[in-house]
Design a protein around this ligand. Structure first.
Ligand SMILES: [Zn+2]
Length: 79
């Protein structure tokens, strides 16, 4: 059986100045939901959101989203 390296990671709710949403407890990954479809009901939307959230969370690699001390990635300046 394969051992999952990041089995201790879990979904955490992030609230900050520039970001609010679900993220990973072990890295800088945050969930970016795609916009709701116009033909979706509220119930379908919730279901889609949950499915999407857990699927995205399961498939992300913590190593690809390193945490930066003192500077969240969304605050980092480019160039
Ligand atoms: Zn992660």
């Amino acid at each position: 059986m394969l051992r999952e390296e990041n089995s201790s990671r879990e979904l955490v709710w992030n609230e900050g100045q520039n970001v609010e949403g679900w993220g990973c407890s072990e890295c800088a990954w945050v969930f970016n939901p795609s916009g709701p479809r116009a033909d979706e009901s509220l119930d379908e939307m919730k279901r889609t959101f949950k499915t999407q959230l857990s699927a995205e969370f399961d498939s992300h690699a913590c190593a690809e989203h390193p945490r930066v001390k003192d500077a969240a990635p969304w605050k980092r300046r480019v160039g």
